[in-house]
Write a protein that binds this ligand. Structure first.
Ligand code: GTP
Ligand code: MG
Length: 290
């Protein structure tokens, strides 16, 4: 029997959450083409036969500009420290920067078991991918696996490599568990994903969503979610002309939450302003990381 924690780390937008969803075979984590989508560590448990992989989705590594960023960067470090295997995911479709190669070198020195996965190979031009793979030559991870979560190429190979390096251990979670987070967390995340999809510029990054009420009735679940943003002008954009934007966020969130809960949902959204919340330590500790 093998079981262990596997931290998936890497820069923002490398495709970490997409990869974990692909491993699990369903959408657990929210994903977007915008940077800094994932904000907290989320466990995704994959139990297959005698093996259990507990994936830790982490916020992408990025330069900290505010208190929230610092929290996010701490998350990937704590995930790596508690992990049996660390998978560093790097976007293979763009030429690797020396700075990132140095980062990976440090991670390989610091942690015992590091696998490098080169992502988005479906997008990568052949010469770019070839150059990228050459620039990894000087590193000595356990394995280097080029993958695509989109086409599925080598995702199984990566899974087998991860299992190879897992410790012999009883399962950490029971085999029917899939995550450490409550359903309310995922409801709020789905709404935040739609805000990311339907708004632009700095608005999505300054938005925080919270389920304030969750009432399960016989045939319907009634859910209220607060969308908290940083400025009155942002609130106006999220609501949109005649409430159009909020309506789109609401409809698309409701459809996805209904799919997740397998039940009809009535979703109420409220947009609120908490000025500069990303720099308020108390607000972040009390809300985002509780
Ligand atoms: N073509 C292609 N796109 C991908 C692949 N993997 C991820 N993407 C896209 O890359 C973008 C970022 O994906 P995420 O999974 O949100 O990236 P992340 O690393 O979790 O990002 P953060 O949470 O911000 O750290 C999304 O638009 C994905 O659809 C892939 O293998 N191929
Ligand atoms: Mg993510």
């Amino acid at each position: 029997m093998k079981s262990g924690y596997v931290a998936i780390i890497g820069r923002t937008n490398a495709g970490k959450s997409t990869l974990i969803n692909k491993f699990l075979g369903f959408k657990l984590n929210i994903v977007s083409h915008k940077v800094q989508t994932t904000r907290v560590n989320v466990l995704g448990v994959l139990t297959e036969g005698e093996n259990q992989i507990v994936f830790i989705d982490t916020p992408g590594i990025h330069r900290a500009k505010n208190v929230l960023d610092k929290f996010m960067n701490k998350s990937f470090r704590s995930a790596s420290e508690g992990a049996d295997v660390v998978v560093y995911l790097i976007d293979g479709s763009k030429l690797f920067l020396d700075e990132e190669i140095n980062n990976i070198k440090n991670i390989i020195e610091k942690f015992e078991k590091v696998i490098i996965a080169v992502s988005k190979i479906d997008l990568a031009q052949k010469d770019v991918l070839a150059k990228n793979l050459v620039s990894l030559n000087e590193l000595s991870p356990l394995e280097i696996v080029p993958i695509s979560s989109k086409s599925g190429e080598n995702v199984n190979v990566l899974k087998q490599q991860i299992i190879k390096h897992l410790p012999e251990r009883e399962f950490i979670f029971s085999s029917d568990e899939i995550t450490d987070k409550p359903v309310k967390f995922f409801c709020a995340e789905i709404v935040r994903e739609k805000v990311l999809n339907f708004t632009n510029q700095e608005i999505p990054h300054g938005t925080f969503c919270e389920v304030v009420s969750f009432k399960e009735e016989k045939n319907i679940v009634k859910i209220s979610v607060d969308i908290i943003c940083e400025k009155d002008s942002h609130k106006a954009i999220i609501i949109g002309k005649g409430g159009e934007c909020l309506k789109r966020i609401g409809t698309s969130s409701r459809i996805e939450i209904e799919k997740m809960l397998e039940k009809k949902v009535m979703l109420n959204l409220f947009v609120k302003v908490e000025k500069d919340w990303r720099n308020k330590q108390n607000f972040i500790s009390a809300n985002v990381y509780n």
